[in-house]
Design a protein around this ligand. Structure first.
Ligand code: GUN
Length: 292
């Protein structure tokens, strides 16, 4: 059994990105520039955004954080998006989700110019991804694919079971695993809350991607010997022994499942660190697209 070290791989990729930025700047091009819009004071969102801003600095990107109060109107937010769409000094930007209830999230996502949508949430990017055209792929699915690639894990003809059908993980990762080429060419089954015989379907899987957001859902008896298990869960559970007062729990019962696996991602330190790196890579791509 080998543990997939997302932290190590993400550091490696950050170095690769930093190197590319150095070369761009040496050629006289300006460094990539990412902006992040955050609304309100959701604890998780503030932490994620702080990480994104810090990671930009680590690879030599310029970053801008725009913070709105909880009661910003949808019109004000849309006006800011229109301004960012038109800003030639900005390569890409994201609006951190979730948004307060009075704002229509889908409307906000669709207001972003798809060429600057480095989150890959715009329907144009989602559509392009599903038919295999160049696009921005959202961070978590693209981080998972990158991990499989960096560990040379065979996917062709493999039975891949995705648990969860969310727009930001389950659906896109299923589409990527079934596309032509590597990593891909898998036979994909998507399971969800209405699936019958879920355990039996999982037992037949060579690769399981657990993305349902239910701590320790995937148990030892649901996994066959030698399977590859990718754990996308990041549920915060209270834990008084930690500095933050919580710890992250994955969707996999790691202790009992890991011994049966050929490869497995831990939580934390597996898929999580890869997501910010995917955002950085998309932003770098957006900067390269400037000339295109
Ligand atoms: N909230 C949780 N994950 C994400 C993400 O990848 N992008 C944005 N914009 N919001 C999020």
């Amino acid at each position: 059994m080998e543990i997939i070290d997302g932290k190590k791989i993400s550091e490696q990729i950050k170095q690769e990105i930093a190197q590319e930025v150095n070369e761009m700047v040496a050629r006289g091009e300006r460094a990539p520039h990412l902006a992040v819009i955050i609304v309100g004071h959701d604890g998780g969102s503030e932490t994620y955004v702080a990480h994104k801003v810090k990671s930009c600095a680590q690879v030599g990107f310029r970053s801008t954080k725009v913070a709105f109060d909880e009661n910003v109107t949808e019109e004000e937010l849309l006006a800011k998006i229109a301004e960012m769409n038109a800003d030639p000094d900005l390569d890409g930007f994201i609006v951190q989700l979730p948004l307060p209830k009075h704002i229509d999230e889908q409307k906000v996502i669709e207001a972003i110019d798809y060429r600057k949508d480095v989150d890959g949430f715009h329907p144009i990017n989602v559509g392009r991804m599903s038919i295999g055209l160049p696009c921005f792929v959202s961070a978590t699915p693209s981080g998972i694919i990158e991990l499989l690639k960096r560990y040379n894990i065979e996917t062709s003809g493999k039975n891949c079971v995705v648990i969860g059908r969310s727009n930001i993980v389950g659906k896109p990762v299923a589409a990527l695993m079934m596309r032509k080429g590597y990593p891909g060419d898998a036979t994909v089954t998507v399971c969800h809350s209405r699936t019958k015989n879920l355990a039996e379907i999982c037992r037949n899987a060579d690769i399981i991607i657990a993305a349902l957001g239910q701590p320790e859902f995937l148990k030892e008896d649901m996994v066959k010997e030698g399977a590859v298990v990718i754990d996308v869960g990041t549920t915060r559970v209270a834990d008084s022994s930690t500095k933050t007062g919580f710890k992250l729990k994955g969707d996999v019962d790691f202790e009992h499942v890991a011994p049966k696996c050929s490869y497995i991602t831990p939580v934390p330190g597996g898929v999580g660190p890869m997501t910010i790196v995917s955002l950085l890579r998309n932003t770098l791509q957006a900067a390269h697209n400037r000339k295109a």
